[in-house]
Design a protein around this ligand. Sequence first.
Ligand code: NZQ
Ligand code: ZN
Length: 383
Amino acid sequence: MKNFEYYNPTKIIFGKDTIKKINKLIPQDKRVLITYGAGSIKRNGVYDQVIDALGNREVFEFGSIEPNPHFETCMECVKFIKENNIDFILAVGGGSVIDATKFIAAAFFHENDAWEIINSNIKIEKALPFGSVLTLPATGSEMNSGAVITRKETKDKRSFHSELCFPQFSILDPLVTISLSEKQVSNGIADTFVHVMEQYLTFPVNNQISDRFSESILLTLIEEAPKVFANPNDYDVRANLMWAATLGLNGLIACGSPQDWATHMIGHELTAFFGLDHGVTLSIVLPGVMKVMRDEKSEKILQYGERVFGIKDGQREDRITKAIEMTEEFFNSINIPTRLSQVNLNEKDIDTIVQRMIERKWSLGENGTINPEKVRLILTDRL
Ligand code: NZQ
Ligand code: ZN
């Protein structure tokens, strides 16, 4: 097992009808800004619950945060915060709203061009305090310190991390996820699945506990996924999926293990250039990464195949092939694309992504061996 440090200060309030607890979590004298997206929270009753819980506090709103949140929108929000002397932000939404809020909280105190926070990865010295009400289980943003921001004009989709960007608290009420479309449920399941794979499917370091945690999350997703589509109102299924998503990327399963993240890095470029949903980029790219990197990842693919899909018999190479096939079949079973052709992308579009990798001089993966030519092989496999 590798050495590690683990820090996670986010308080989680999980369960039915817990939004009202906001009242005890934010001091009475705060001027609170609610950040949100295109309005789902106004249609499903979450907004009303939040307003009720905030009681007599001074409350402001900043909506219209788009999926894959834009730097430009975040900077408008920073201006709004300065004009209104806001001193606490409450993000109400999915990963995009929470990520945008993290960036806004940090950009508020940043004196130079705030894009530096992302581009130069400079250390953030201060951030506004914020909490979240999560409405879409997927990203783990509700309990981690990372955020992904898009700069429209340059088609950049990039991440940053800071220990000052953990939410102070996150409210996870599974009931609020019942209004999600099937497409967003699938995106969230795929995102969680791939978060786990990025931290698990590397090479063995004898990290029994993280491996078993990871496998338990994958098995939970595989078992709960058909149930959520068959019985969308089942509270326990929603609760299991929500907690799985948070545990998938709150740092816990990463402790002591190597990490990959190539699927995400390639996926972010697919979103930046072609606007694909985050979850869709991952279900398309992951099987390709597994195929092209099957030798480097062979031991963990065999373990995954056996413990997650019960693949015990047959030749080693056949078992590896089967585990990769079953991964793609799982994504197909939740009705999320696994091929570039399903989202109308072709070889020319692969050139665009490979060119970006060349410009960035990126070598991805747990061993830094996924060079631009491997990225081409991965994406060509996904046509
Ligand atoms: O904007 P509204 O109207 O709220 O609608 C949203 C949006 O259209 C809708 N939605 C959310 N909750 C709902 C709902 N609709 C009905 N009922 C509800 N309860 O869902 C749509 C997608 O929302 P979004 O927040 O964009 O989705 P997600 O949570 O998947 O977040 C994706 C973003 O997070 C980043 C992604 O790159 C992407 O930008 N990620 C952040 C990570 C992190 N911070 O650690 C890690 C991830 O790997 C990921 O990169
Ligand atoms: Zn993700």
